[in-house]
Design a protein around this ligand. Structure first.
Ligand SMILES: Nc1ncnc2c1ncn2[C@@H]1O[C@H](COP(=O)(O)OP(=O)(O)OP(=O)(O)O)[C@@H](O)[C@H]1O
Length: 348
């Protein structure tokens, strides 16, 4: 099967002697796949999208769209020739054109009106076709932008933080709608976001970027359950990073013996998710330091009691633990803590 998008050994810097914004990026996206690029501000997400769109050129490596080399090794195909559509954070609609005219803009041929109406129906905006952008909500404007990007039947769609201008409730609804529209159209898309919840909910696979390097790539549940580095463990969800010494199937830690996913020896760093603990069901004694009440559950910060302070640390070990929202535990309360989920060995 030919990948719709393929990046091979792509590196990019913005001037001689300046550090690489992207380093040796290899990535392929299959037909109908929704892939998310996730990472902190400045890690190179937008630069990667701009390279795919054709607004930037790689220093090294190549970009292929549907098997055709569009950049690298002397090749350069202009953005408008790549068959790549884009949706941005700011919807970039023409304020003086109606919804229908906005979607028709850029289409050629006698059937442009029919095609525009077809995509407006796809995004559920047929009744608004004569309105102007300012007469629509943010979520509706974003759907017009999506319709406009889909209208020329692109081979690939790039979505750059498309939901970040919307408030929380609308962001959630628009994301779900956009997801089902893209699925229905069997569209191949790359989404850029720094929002981990969005990446987990939206994608078939996600790539976590750090300093221009893909640190981990995989299905959202795989990356969440088996982060390979301390950075991925902490960036995608919350994690407790705990050092220990591995003796085969177990590691000796401040929490006692923790089972390892595979036998190891020597110093290790473990990632333990807050939801993989139970409070009040035996284990080591702890006290509640603080709590963050979230309605459906609570995240407690707990402190291990009665343990010697770890070497070199001035503070007793504190851990994040997710618990049920009823009954609530209060500050200073003493209870017990037991690890019930798997520990993951991560590199620092
Ligand atoms: N045209 C440019 N000239 C020089 N440096 C640039 C240029 N565009 C981006 N950079 C630098 O490249 C790095 C990556 O920027 P990029 O916009 O790709 O990051 P990002 O992950 O999308 O960040 P954000 O989430 O904040 O949008 C940053 O350090 C930025 O300052």
């Amino acid at each position: 099967m030919t990948a719709v998008l393929e990046l091979r050994g792509v590196s990019k810097s913005f001037g001689r002697g300046l550090p690489c914004v992207l380093t040796d990026v290899n990535l392929s996206v299959q037909e109908g796949e929704l892939l998310t690029l996730l990472g902190p501000s400045g890690c190179g997400k937008t630069t990667l999208l701009r390279l795919v769109a054709g607004f930037e050129q790689p220093d090294v490596g190549e970009v292929r769209v549907a098997g055709e080399r569009v950049a690298g090794e002397g090749a350069y195909v202009a953005p408008e020739q790549r068959g790549v559509g884009m949706v941005f954070q700011e919807y970039a609609l023409f304020p003086h054109l109606s919804v229908l005219q906005n979607v028709m803009f850029g289409l050629r041929g006698r059937d442009r009106r029919e095609r525009a109406r077809e995509v407006l129906a796809m995004v559920g905006l047929t009744v608004f076709e004569q309105r102007f952008p300012h007469q629509l909500s943010g979520g509706q404007q974003q759907r017009v932008a999506l319709a406009r990007a889909l209208a020329p039947k692109p081979r690939l769609l790039l979505l750059d933080e498309p939901f970040s201008n919307l408030d929380a409730a609308l962001r959630h609804a628009t994301r779900a709608e956009m997801h089902s529209i893209l699925r229905e159209a069997n569209m191949t898309a790359v989404l850029v976001t720094h929002d981990q919840e969005e990446a987990l909910a939206f994608s078939d696979r996600l790539a976590v970027l750090r300093g221009g390097i893909i640190e981990q790539l995989g299905a959202p549940d795989d990356v969440y359950r088996t982060p390979r580095s301390a950075f991925v463990a902490s960036f995608l969800g919350r994690s407790n990073l705990l050092s220990g010494t591995a003796h085969g199937a177990h590691a000796e830690t401040a929490l006692g013996e923790v089972p390892l996913p595979e036998p190891l020896r020597g110093p290790v760093m473990l990632s333990l998710r807050p939801e993989d603990f139970r409070l009040g069901e035996g284990g080591v004694p702890v006290s509640i330091v603080s709590r963050e009440y979230k309605g459906h559950d609570v995240t407690y910060t707990v402190q291990l009691s009665g343990l010697p302070r770890s070497a070199g640390s001035l503070h007793p070990l504190e851990l994040l633990v997710q618990g049920p929202s009823f009954p609530l535990l209060t500050h200073g309360e003493h209870t017990t803590l037991r690890l019930v989920g798997p520990a993951q060995v991560v590199r620092q």
